[in-house]
Design a protein around this ligand. Structure first.
Ligand code: ADP
Ligand code: MG
Length: 465
């Protein structure tokens, strides 16, 4: 089974290239994106549970983003030590809010934590992404690859279909129609040297198929070329219906005054900001940590469903302010001291998105050992989640690895509202990123993750081919 599958490497690489499972190559052109040949098993009940968490988490983000006082209250201490958070928070306070339409694309990422004993594994949320959520298109292509490889195998019936880019395009197309201007376009705000641009382009093409035209621009170019007139944001003679950010989450996306002006234009115009700066901040690490307190979470849950907060909270790992007391084998200690004593049990995270920013192991110890309260303030400590490794075949740069691996499962969500009225709030599919069991970060762009798919089964993979 394993040899027969591994022998199909070249066929799988060609399938990937032929079907858009690709990224930009370092020397230009396209290369295949990293992928696996072995879908990740998930028990049926857990599969349903994860999909069912998406809409409630979306609504929490939406309600929280409408409560600027709560955001300020949570983020001001971090903003005091992090100029980027401070600037975004300031911008959140300055928006006119003339656009009643609200559109969010989210992705909630989980590991399945193995139980002590025989119980089913528990989902543990890694984080909830609310800005520049990526891999909706490539995740669907990875599933197509697996459907192709296993089409005549008994396991075919258990492969979980996945087409998130269609769900995103449909939601965006509805928002576009409701914006209601015949000349309008969707503006994709992108990083100038984006290697993951095919994932972005596939969404752009899916929008075009639904009658929605797009344009791509960096924040800096938007700042130079965009104008505000009659409430609209105008670019190249057309009003922007949706300003869709695939950039703007990292300080490096704001290299100049022009780039900040680009972001301000989006916030101040009546374009649907996807996301607005308040939603972006609602997905930040400090907010995630605050929401791990049951009373803070309950405030933003559905008042009509008293059990909802408990269901969401059950997926949280320990999340701590560095100064907050935690109880360990040595008694009660500030979390940062507990992390120094047991580094393998924690991850240190700054107020950043996009992968590659977190501190693990020695790097975390080196930072914490000579830190001051002021330097620690914009960070959170998170309990390290340890998913169970399984054997997997992973293909990157044309080379195959047969090695122990762990998978992170993301669920894509789309929410559309008009003022206080929810129009759509749904789970639209999933992302699986599988990495070598020993590596810490899991980003595909960062070179660690391999695009994967799910096989819904109670037994370990692979079942009989
Ligand atoms: P970012 O917003 O930069 O993507 P994440 O919080 O998603 O940051 O973390 C990036 C990666 O680090 C995750 O995809 C995961 O592989 C790893 N990671 C993050 N938090 C944990 C954790 N608590 N336990 C184990 N691994 C983690
Ligand atoms: Mg992330």
């Amino acid at each position: 089974m394993w040899d027969a599958l591994a022998a199909r490497r070249d066929e799988a690489v060609d399938f990937a290239l032929a079907h858009g499972l690709i990224k930009a190559g370092p020397q230009g052109g396209a290369v295949h994106a990293p992928f696996t040949l072995t879908p990740a098993p998930i028990p049926p009940a857990l599969h349903r549970q994860l999909a069912g968490l998406t809409a409630p988490f979306n609504a929490v983000v939406w309600r929280l983003s409408r409560d600027l006082d709560a955001l300020r209250d949570t983020l001001e201490p971090a903003a005091a030590g992090d100029p980027f958070t401070a600037r975004l928070l300031e911008l959140a306070g300055s928006t006119a809010g003339s656009q009643p339409l609200h559109l969010d694309i989210t992705r909630s990422d989980y590991f399945l934590q193995p139980p002590d004993g025989d119980a089913a594994p528990r989902p543990r949320q890694v984080e909830l992404n609310t800005v520049a959520v990526s891999y909706a298109a490539l995740a669907g292509r990875a599933q197509r690859l697996h459907a192709y490889l296993f089409r005549d195998a008994p396991v075919a019936a258990e492969l979980a279909p996945n087409d998130p880019v269609t769900g995103l395009a449909e939601g965006m197309a509805e928002a576009f129609r409701r914006f209601g201007h015949s000349q309008a376009e969707v503006l994709h705000v992108v990083q100038p040297d984006e290697l993951n641009r095919f994932d972005q382009r596939l969404l752009e093409f899916a929008l075009r198929e639904r009658g929605v035209p797009s344009r791509r621009l960096s924040l800096e170019a938007l700042g130079r070329e965009g104008t505000l007139r009659e409430g609209h944001l105008w670019v190249a003679g057309r009003p922007v219906a949706i300003a869709y950010l695939r950039a703007g989450y990292a300080p490096a996306d704001y290299p100049s005054r022009d780039a900040w002006r680009g972001r301000e234009l989006i916030e101040h115009a009546d374009a649907i900001a996807l996301p607005g700066v308040a939603v972006q901040l609602a997905g930040s690490k400090k907010v995630q940590q605050r929401l791990s307190r049951p009373e803070a979470l309950a405030r933003f849950c559905d008042p009509a469903d008293p059990a909802e907060a408990g269901r969401l909270h059950a997926t949280f790992a320990g999340l701590y302010d560095p100064e907050e007391p935690v109880t360990g084998p040595e008694g009660e200690l500030p979390a940062w001291r507990a992390a120094l004593q047991a580094p393998s049990r924690y991850v240190l995270k700054p107020q950043r998105e996009g992968g590659g920013n977190n501190l693990f192991d020695e790097a975390m110890v080196a930072f914490l050992a000579d830190s001051t309260p002021a330097r620690r303030r914009p960070y959170i400590l998170m309990e390290r989640i340890a998913p169970a490794p399984r054997r997997a075949l992973m293909v990157a740069r044309g080379e195959i690895a047969d090695a122990p691996a762990v998978s992170e499962i993301g669920r894509f969500g789309l929410l559309l509202a008009d003022g206080a009225r929810l129009l759509r709030n749904a789970d639209v599919g999933y992302l699986v990123r599988t990495k070598h069991a020993g590596s810490t970060e899991g980003g595909v762009s960062a070179g660690f993750g391999h695009l994967d798919s799910l096989v819904v089964t109670g037994s370990p993979f692979p079942p009989t081919p």
